[in-house]
Design a protein. Structure first.
Length: 95
């Protein structure tokens, strides 16, 4: 399962998908991007390649906007606005 463009907030539209993704034991790859910049190209690249890897990893793409809690949890500096990829392993809760 590759979820792309899912916000990490608790909006009702995202809760079910996020619950399913984070309940999975598969590692998660979270890409935080600034959708307003040229780095939005990362979204296109990940969307293109995610289906090839969906049996091994859950891939999520989130913007810097409205994801302050997730950025803080993963230790990402929100002020940099640089695309950042975080790999999170549920098996040992490492990031």
């Amino acid at each position: 399962m590759a979820e792309l463009g899912v916000g990490l907030g608790q909006e009702p539209t995202n809760r079910a998908r996020l619950s399913k993704v984070f309940a999975s034991e598969k590692p998660k790859m979270l890409a935080f991007v600034d959708f307003a910049s040229k780095e939005a190209e990362m979204r296109r690249v990940l969307a293109e390649h995610a289906p090839k890897h969906k049996s091994k990893v859950n891939i999520l793409i989130a913007g810097y906007k409205d994801n302050d809690r997730a950025l803080e949890f993963f230790g990402v500096d929100k002020t940099s606005n640089k695309s950042t990829v975080v790999i999170h392993s549920m098996a040992d809760n490492k990031k």
